[in-house]
Ligand binder design. Structure first.
Ligand SMILES: [Zn+2]
Length: 209
């Protein structure tokens, strides 16, 4: 999955200038190739219609996922991230759902997925933080699996900012970093590679406190 900035004009300009590399082959660049179907996303002002692209080398097509969206989730990444932060801070899925206007079962699903892969997510983002950052502070264990994963995402966010400067990162938030550096797969099946999908750990002990 290729993630891109939200601004359609910048995406078009990068497609035209051959600035987007093909993830399927070593030297291909992506050009415009119509649009994907529109998606209704809770938290967005209107339907989002991602651009499609096609490699000029290997002819593979790729949807360009805006950095505000997670794969196969009908909610803005920022909203999901906020819910996960509340869970890491000890809130339950019912109160989070009520506060954000999201069904409690949906919130519980997000929390369960992140908790089940928290260790792998932490490793993934800390590896990026260490590889990217000028001076990286590895966050201490928080006592919460979701909290540990989010702390690592926060470290990657800071590292990207320190390496490339706040201007180049622009207004990219920690939530945006969680989308971009997971290729939109933060909560998608099979990511990161090798992580267990089913985890018997109860959500309460996984995320609370
Ligand atoms: Zn290609």
């Amino acid at each position: 999955m290729v993630t891109v900035e939200v601004d359609p004009a910048r995406v078009e300009s990068r497609l035209l200038s051959g600035d987007l590399a093909c993830p399927s082959c070593p030297s291909g660049v992506l050009g415009g190739w119509g649009h994907a179907r529109p998606r209704r996303i809770v938290g967005a002002p209107g339907p989002i219609r991602p651009r499609r692209s096609r490699c000029r080398g290997c002819a593979a097509t790729h949807v360009l996922l805006p950095v505000v969206l997670l794969l196969r989730r009908a909610y803005l990444g920022e909203l999901i991230y906020e819910a996960l932060q509340s869970a890491a801070a000890g809130s339950g899925h019912r109160s989070i759902g009520a506060a954000l206007g999201v069904p409690a079962t949906t919130v519980r699903g997000w929390i369960r997925v992140l908790a089940s892969r928290a260790g792998a997510v932490r490793n993934h983002f800390l590896t990026i933080a260490v590889a990217t950052g000028v001076e990286v502070h590895v966050p201490k264990a928080t006592g919460s699996r979701c909290g540990d994963a989010l702390a690592a995402i926060g470290a990657a966010h800071s590292a990207v900012g320190s390496r490339f400067g706040a201007d180049s990162v622009g207004a990219v938030t920690a939530a945006g970093v969680s989308v971009a550096l997971s290729g939109g797969r933060l909560l998608a099946p099979g990511w990161p590679a090798g992580c267990a999908l089913a985890d018997p750990t109860p959500v309460a002990s996984a995320c609370a406190g």
